[in-house]
Design a protein around this ligand. Structure first.
Ligand code: ATP
Ligand code: MG
Length: 336
């Protein structure tokens, strides 16, 4: 069985009104009045194999953190089932909690501001069940991984946002567990340290760890993840291997700036089997598909109808796919 298997997970949050309306609250409690809910996750299903890095992408409010919390056994869904490290999400919730390491965004608020970074980590190491000797050794290792060794005697309240995030990550790495759930691990972190952390995540994969990574950094996801799920408003818009997701809108994108765009030109270009999609923006055409090999044909076709004023070609990136999927979805939501 895979370390992560989830099926039709639905999570709803109660929508609270501003201020305290006891009459309404009482009616809702007595089920006289209907309670409003926000669906943060809607029938989400996927599995993650051992040693895989699974990326969760999505705009703010998409449901990434909610999903990570459910995978860690911190939140229970209203519907669906899940097994993490072969433990059932409902029956064996406590066992799940001690078999995964979670990095919460903003998780540094759990630290004691009156204790140094070193002593905070010592506290958490012991709380997680490590022996004292083991904790000391592990703290030295994790401080080096996150680049916080020189600051180990500093106090959390004196740290910048990036240093607090490093401290948060150091805590997450203390125990050696099979599954790591990382919610935006490199947010606020400088490029040098972020690169070091990414290398470490790759190492985790080599050591057979399973990683779920929620991130806003699409380039990071493209570099690290074997598989990616794109979430929007609690729904999975795309779920596939990273390479397949990137090629979803066509392998390459040709951008041609033209004097004018005519229906004949669009028909001509659309008729080619290697063209997967055309997007028209004022006097610019974006042509998606297997472009590289067919560039001369496309340029000749454009020239037949009008003058070309600019040309650019690039491989499609995760960024292009992400923007397109989210924009399309938002347009249909507005139309509905
Ligand atoms: N405790 C809560 N009570 C009510 N609504 C919540 C709660 N936590 C999250 N939500 C709502 O659920 C939705 C999903 O939130 P979530 O934090 O999972 O999104 P996210 O993808 O992690 O966003 P971000 O990229 O901003 O971190 C949002 O609409 C959010 O406002
Ligand atoms: Mg979040």
């Amino acid at each position: 069985m895979n370390p992560i298997e989830i099926e039709n997970i639905t999570k709803k949050y109660r929508v609270r009104e501003k201020g305290f309306n006891w009459k309404k609250n009482l009616k809702q409690l007595l089920k006289i009045e209907k309670q409003d809910y926000l669906t943060a996750l809607n029938k989400v299903s996927f599995s993650v194999k051992k040693g895989e890095i699974f990326g969760i992408l999505g705009p703010n409010g998409a449901g990434k953190t909610t999903l990570i919390k459910i995978l860690a056994g911190l939140l229970l869904p209203e519907e669906g089932k899940a097994a993490i490290n072969n433990y059932d999400l409902i029956k064996d919730r406590e066992k799940i909690r001690t078999s995964v390491n979670i990095l919460m965004s903003g998780g540094w608020i759990i630290f004691d501001y009156k204790l140094s970074i070193y002593n905070n980590l010592k506290f958490w190491g012991v709380a997680e069940g490590l022996r004292l000797g083991e904790v000391k050794e592990r703290i030295e290792e994790v401080l080096k991984i996150v680049g916080l060794h020189e600051k180990k005697d500093d106090f959390p309240e004196n740290l910048s946002a990036g240093l607090r995030q490093k401290m948060n990550l150091a805590r997450c790495l203390l125990s050696d567990r099979p599954v790591y759930l990382l919610d935006e691990p490199t947010s606020n972190i400088d490029p040098y340290s972020a690169e070091f952390i990414r290398k470490f995540i790759k190492e985790m994969k080599k050591n057979g760890k399973t990683v779920v990574l929620a991130t806003h950094n699409l380039w990071e996801a493209e570099m690290l993840c074997d598989k990616i799920a794109i979430l929007n408003r609690g729904n999975i818009l795309a779920l596939d291997e990273t390479k397949a997701i990137k090629e979803r809108i066509g392998k390459e994108i040709l951008t041609v700036e033209l004097e004018k765009i005519t229906p004949g030109l669009i028909r001509g270009i659309s008729s080619f089997g290697f063209v997967e999609k055309i997007v028209e923006e004022k006097n610019i055409l974006k042509i998606y598909g297997n472009i590289k090999r067919n560039m001369p044909t496309l340029i000749d076709t454009c020239r037949k109808y009008t003058n070309i004023t600019g040309v650019d070609m690039k491989e499609s990136s995760l960024n292009d796919v992400f923007l397109q999927l989210i924009t399309e979805k938002e347009k249909t939501m507005v139309m509905k």
